[in-house]
Design a protein around this ligand. Structure first.
Ligand SMILES: C[S@@+](CC[C@H](N)C(=O)[O-])C[C@H]1O[C@@H](n2cnc3c(N)ncnc32)[C@H](O)[C@@H]1O
Length: 182
């Protein structure tokens, strides 16, 4: 059970923002949708409603109580209690969706609600490098931010913005960026 006031509860996205994030996921082929910063699961729920199969959805959450909550709420989704900066190692752990030969499936989409602008530069740099490396060559990364202007931190990591939209039906209003490898 997650207490009201716990970290994810105070920053839960509206269902409109969650739906706009999920709308940019177009799954075709054997790849994983990787959510970074699952919180209480607003975006996880929207990804499942979008049609992402639970067995192809991986959620990384840093806060242990929230990771436990996500596991209880979403049966069949692979929830990892860990740091998004450690993606390379997390992909090798048992439980990551695998192909017939036991190789970890590639990451076709990253859907991130990590508060990148609040994370100290060194840690942020590690997350950006790990995310860029994990994303398949033709993959797509979706990130929301409350900063309505300015570049996406993912551009510093070499990704290029394809789509940018504002979502006003969220408190506070948010921006959704969709990026690909440059
Ligand atoms: C802004 S909240 C978003 C929660 C939820 N996805 C939503 O949209 O309602 C950000 C979440 O990212 C998690 N987080 C922060 N840094 C992280 C990291 N380095 N690795 C994994 N999760 C992290 C926090 O614990 C928090 O649950």
């Amino acid at each position: 059970m997650v207490r009201p006031g716990a970290v994810g509860a105070v920053c839960a996205s509206s269902r409109y923002l969650a739906a706009r994030m999920a709308a940019h996921v177009e799954q075709d082929g054997p790849a994983v949708v990787l959510e970074l910063g699952g919180g209480t699961g607003a975006i996880t729920a929207a990804l499942l409603a979008r049609g992402v199969p639970p067995g192809r959805l991986v959620v990384v959450e840093h806060a242990a109580p929230l990771a436990r909550h996500l596991r209880q709420r979403f049966a069949g989704v692979h929830v990892i209690h860990g740091d998004a900066a450690d993606l390379a190692q997390l992909r090798q752990r048992p439980g990551w969706p695998a192909d017939g030969q036991g190789q970890p499936l590639p990451v076709g989409h990253i859907v991130s609600s990590l508060p990148l602008l609040s994370i100290p530069p060194t840690a942020r740099g590690r997350i950006l490098a790990a995310g860029r490396q994990a994303l398949a060559p033709d993959g797509r990364l979706v990130q929301f931010t409350y900063a309505l202007r300015g570049p996406s931190p993912w551009q510093q990591a070499g990704l290029a913005v394809q789509v940018r939209e504002r979502v006003l039906r969220n408190l506070p209003p948010a921006r959704v960026d969709v990026l690909r490898h440059g």
